[in-house]
Structure formats: structure tokens, C-alpha cells
Design a protein around this ligand. Structure first.
Ligand SMILES: C[S@@+](CC[C@H](N)C(=O)[O-])C[C@H]1O[C@@H](n2cnc3c(N)ncnc32)[C@H](O)[C@@H]1O
Length: 320
């Protein structure tokens, strides 16, 4: 496909092409966002040129809700309701500096979508996130099998270091769940990368293992029995709560926060019995399903974005 034939280029790319730039010759504040080993082409997942991070940080963007915000406060690359919310389309989404609960300036598509606000953090307050988490865990309580666990990966952001602890507190105080274990996930590389103010701190993330308070003594954990006393009492071997695993499985056009099947498999080997069923309510690009399929474990998934569902289905069907 020739560069100028591509129909869904982002606004930035259309502008640069009209000005005569190409994938090989372009301003230094943009890049062609493909893996190093692939041929440079503008027909990439993100619809052409993307801005360099350092440039984004130096800019201000008008957000969907009409606020003028620093690039540092913006998120990008979210696909929703047929709109690509990206810097390149002059449609940045933000973690609102005012953290307003209700806002009349919000884009019409961002109204009344609690879930969406969770996803992109537009106007999300810690209280809202905790409410969301509480509802989520009350639903988990309804569907979780006896002895099952909920694996919940939480981390903190530049703008909010407290939220994850408030969420954990909500879970243990307002739902029937408690902490069964805490896993330290050591990632291959620290992200966000070195232009982030917390550049040294995100090489690991937390995976909280929650079980029902009534299941503390019986929740499933694949601890090997290393010896058995005459009395029948068993001694167990260690299960290490430090897991080293890849950051993710690569990019998906609809979701930059894809997940690591490497991590999922290591977690499943500990917390899922062979005849268990895994449910991922936020399936995204299908990483949990990929891990389950590789391990021969039954899985169910749900996902809000139709595009991602199709992407995940395709990914799973094409597994060898
Ligand atoms: C961080 S991503 C998950 C990424 C996923 N682990 C993967 O492998 O790509 C969170 C996903 O949850 C989805 N989502 C948010 N709220 C949802 C809901 N209520 N029901 C289903 N999916 C939802 C979003 O569309 C997004 O794809």
C-alpha cells in the first residue's frame, strides 16, 4: 500500500504527508511507531506518525472535555465509540488535574460511562475507583468457585501513588475478600521509560492474590507436599512470591496496555488447578486466554471493546 493511499491515517500524518514528509524524511518530533526489526512503514497500528514522548511532554493539549492540559498529564491511544483518542488526532485524554467528580465540559461520549472513566482515568477520583473496585469484587464474590482466587494486578502512576492502596483497603474492608498472598512481578524493563519522573521505580508491579475470607485456609495454591508426618500432617515446599516475566506480548492496535502471557502462565501454574476455570473480565487483546490455551486450562473472557474482541479471537484462533 502506498503511503498516501492509507485511509485511516491520524490527523497529524495527513498533515505531514500533505506537507511532503515521508516515513524516511520527517520532523524530529515524530516517529514511525514500529518495532526495530520491521520495515519502516507508515501503515502501522497507530495510523502513521506518532509524536515523540519528549515532544508531548513539552506541549499543551486541549482535551475532549475542553481543558488545556500539560502533555505530562495526558494519556493517549484509546479507541472508543469510533474515536481514536490520541495526541496525533488532537484528542488527548487526561487524568483531570481538578479531579472533578461531575463535569459538564466532558465530551458527550465520555459521559455516563463509569467503566470508560476507569479505563482512561478521565475525571476519575480515588473514591470513584474504590466504588468501582467494590462493585467488581462483589461480582467476583458471586461467581468465584469455592477455593478460587482473584489475581489483581495493581500499580501506581506518576499522578497518583496512593490509589492502589486505597483500592486494596476497599476490597478488604468492604467486600468478602481478603489478601491471600502478594506477588512481586519483576518486569523485564521499567516502564514508563526514562522520560518519566519515576523512572527508577516501576521495574516491578504488585499482583494481589485475594481469596474469600471464608477460604483463607483452603484456597487453591499449588504448593508441593514435600513430606507427610505419621500423624498425617503435611509439610509443604516453598512457592516463591517473586515472579520474573516479560512486560507484555507486544502491541495491539487497540490497546497499549496489553499483558504478559509469561506472567499469566506462571501465576496460573500456582493458583489454578488443572480442571479449574479462569475468567478474565477485562480480556483486552486476549493475553489471559492465550496463557490458558497454552496450559490447557478452560477460560472465559469478556471485553467491552468490539475491536479488541475480534483481535483476541483472531489471536487465539491463530495459535499453533
Ligand atoms: C488494561 S486492559 C486489559 C488488557 C488485557 N489484559 C490484554 O491482554 O490486552 C483493560 C481492558 O478492560 C476493558 N474493559 C473496561 N471495562 C470493561 C467492562 N466493564 N467489561 C469488559 N471489559 C472492560 C477495556 O476495554 C480494556 O481492553
Amino acid at each position: 500500500m502506498k503511503e498516501n493511499e492509507y485511509k485511516e491515517y491520524n490527523i497529524l500524518t495527513k498533515r505531514l504527508l500533505a506537507e511532503g514528509y515521508t516515513a524516511d524524511r520527517h520532523p524530529d518530533y515524530v516517529r514511525v511507531d514500529v518495532s526495530a526489526w520491521e520495515k519502516k512503514t507508515l501503515d502501522n497500528f497507530y495510523g502513521g506518525f506518532t509524536y515523540e514522548r519528549w515532544w508531548i511532554y513539552e506541549q499543551t493539549f486541549k482535551t475532549p472535555c475542553g481543558l488545556q492540559c500539560k502533555g505530562l498529564q495526558c494519556h493517549s491511544n484509546m479507541s472508543y465509540m469510533g474515536i481514536e483518542w490520541t495526541f496525533e488526532n488532537d484528542m488527548a485524554t487526561i487524568h483531570c488535574p481538578y479531579e472533578k467528580k461531575e463535569c459538564t465540559l466532558k465530551h458527550e461520549y465520555l459521559q455516563d460511562h463509569g467503566v470508560l472513566r476507569y479505563d482512561c482515568e478521565v475525571h476519575m477520583t480515588d473514591e470513584e475507583y474504590c466504588d468501582f473496585t467494590e462493585k467488581l469484587f462483589l461480582e467476583f464474590d458471586r461467581v468465584l468457585n469455592l477455593g478460587g482466587v482473584v489475581l489483581y494486578n495493581l500499580s501506581y502512576g506518576n499522578n497518583n501513588r496512593d490509589g492502589m492502596y486505597k483500592a486494596v483497603n476497599t476490597i478488604i474492608t468492604k467486600t468478602p475478600f481478603t489478601i491471600a498472598d502478594v506477588i512481586c512481578w519483576k518486569k523485564k524493563t521499567a516502564l514508563p521509560n526514562n522520560c518519566s519522573p519515576n523512572k527508577l521505580t516501576r521495574i516491578w508491579e504488585t499482583v494481589f492474590v485475594f481469596c474469600k475470607k471464608t477460604d483463607v485456609d483452603i484456597f487453591y495454591c499449588n504448593k508441593p507436599v514435600v513430606s507427610k508426618r505419621k500423624t498425617g500432617q503435611k509439610s509443604y515446599g516453598n512457592i516463591f512470591n517473586y515472579i520474573e516475566a516479560k512486560n507484555n506480548d507486544g502491541s495491539c492496535p487497540y490497546n497499549k496496555a496489553t499483558y504478559s502471557s509469561d506472567l499469566c502462565k506462571q501465576l496460573l501454574n500456582i493458583y489454578c488447578p488443572k480442571d479449574g476455570v479462569v475468567y478474565d473480565p477485562f480480556m483486552g487483546s486476549g493475553t489471559t486466554a492465550v496463557a490458558c490455551k497454552e496450559l490447557g486450562i478452560t477460560y472465559i473472557g469478556s471485553e467491552l471493546s468490539e475491536n479488541q474482541c475480534k483481535w483476541a479471537e483472531n489471536r487465539i484462533n491463530n495459535m499453533t
